[in-house]
Write a protein that binds this ligand. Structure first.
Ligand SMILES: [Zn+2]
Length: 376
């Protein structure tokens, strides 16, 4: 354990990196996948189950928590770690992205964003200063700068304007964050799919200086090819000695492609959300448990998976509880999906360490191309 926040780069293989982020609440092994605990819970999972999948860190959403139960209430009850019974590190987003995607009646000015809650219509304001205050009240270990992610499709001019505003807000975020030993503040690169804007944004952020750098404004509908196109150059604009976080990504093949391009951290609702809609992710791709082919199948989702859903239950059972709308359906599939994602991260960390990452990626794609096992 350490009292400080620091990043240790342990191995590289091509552009892929393996490392550890040290924090007072524990180490985060990178490349890291962060399950999303939007409203102070990873839906359908107990926190100890999330930890059992191998997650070192969770993500919490500022926008949701400020509206309900409110950051002030969480702080009065001892902070987010105590409130939700998760003692490992927590990263909170800034609220900027979700305000633009979820809130009603938004008004954006240089100062910040005023908006009405999607829950009850009440009026609220988010600015760099207020976002830093909320994330501090929550007790977040990794705090994100308040930024504006422009809604797509957007013109180049609009993307440039939002990036420049985000860089001015990054200065204010850093100032408002202040000096908080053991806690980290990450800057967020914007600039859409334009290399020049990405480079300007990276330069502005590294001039300010942050504990880590996120790549924002991707995974918003531009498609995998365009996203990889940006990552091909964007990670190179960021300092080597700081963690790089790709926000809101993604599907397993997005994650592998991002790690290949030098990304260290990712988060996505996909494994937990899919778990609640009958979708499972395995080495062989995606399985739809609703499908009647599973009705009489005594085999596990994946015989090589060590999760409770695969060790103790058949496809037939998982199919039945989904069809019967039983809660255990979402619980087991979410557990499996999160376990699979963490297995994938561990496999990549091991391969980078061993210098066999290229072969690992080739095998990952080959297994997926095979598809699911044949029906009985
Ligand atoms: Zn499993």
């Amino acid at each position: 354990m350490t009292e400080k926040f620091s990043f240790e780069l342990q191995a590289t293989d091509g552009a892929a990196r393996k490392g550890v982020i040290h924090t007072p609440r524990g180490d985060i092994r990178t490349p890291a996948f962060m399950p999303v605990g939007t409203a102070a819970t990873v839906k359908a999972m107990m926190p100890e189950s999330v930890a059992a999948t191998g997650a070192d860190i969770l993500l919490g959403n500022t926008y949701h928590l400020m509206l309900r139960p409110t950051a002030e209430r969480v702080a009065a009850l001892g902070g987010l770690h105590k409130f939700m019974n998760w003692q490992k590190p927590i990263l909170t987003d800034s609220g900027g992205f979700q305000v633009m995607s979820l809130a009603g009646l938004r008004k954006l000015t240089e100062e910040g964003v005023t908006f009405s809650s999607h829950v009850d219509g009440s009026k609220h304001m988010l600015s760099p200063e207020r976002s830093m205050e909320i994330q501090k009240l929550l007790g977040s270990d990794i705090v994100m700068c308040f930024d504006e992610c422009p809604a797509l499709p957007a013109t180049d001019k609009e993307v440039a304007r939002a990036m420049e505003l985000s860089m001015r807000w990054a200065v204010r975020s850093k100032e408002a964050f202040g000096d908080r030993p053991g806690h980290a503040l990450f800057g967020i690169m914007q600039g859409g799919v334009t290399q020049e804007l990405r480079e300007q944004s990276a330069r502005a952020l590294t001039d300010i200086g942050f504990d880590g750098y996120a790549i924002g404004g991707l995974a918003v509908g531009e498609g995998q090819e365009a996203m990889f196109g940006v990552l091909d150059y964007a990670t190179g604009f960021l300092p080597e000695d700081r963690p790089r976080y790709l926000m809101g990504v993604g599907k397993p093949d997005d994650i592998v492609g991002a790690v290949e391009r030098g990304v260290d951290m990712m988060d996505c609702v996909l494994p937990s959300r899919s778990g609640r809609t009958g979708q499972a992710w395995t080495r062989h791709g995606q399985i739809n448990i609703k499908n009647s082919r599973h009705r009489d199948d005594p085999r596990p989702l994946d015989e090589n998976c060590g999760c409770p859903a695969c060790r103790n239950y058949s496809r037939a059972y998982l199919h039945h509880v989904f069809r019967a709308n039983e809660m255990i359906s979402g619980m087991l599939l979410t557990w499996h999906n999160l376990h699979y994602y963490q297995d994938l991260m561990q496999g990549m960390r091991d391969a980078i360490e061993a210098g066999t990452f290229k072969a690992y990626v080739a095998d990952f794609h080959a297994k997926r191309a095979e598809g699911d096992i044949e029906p009985l």
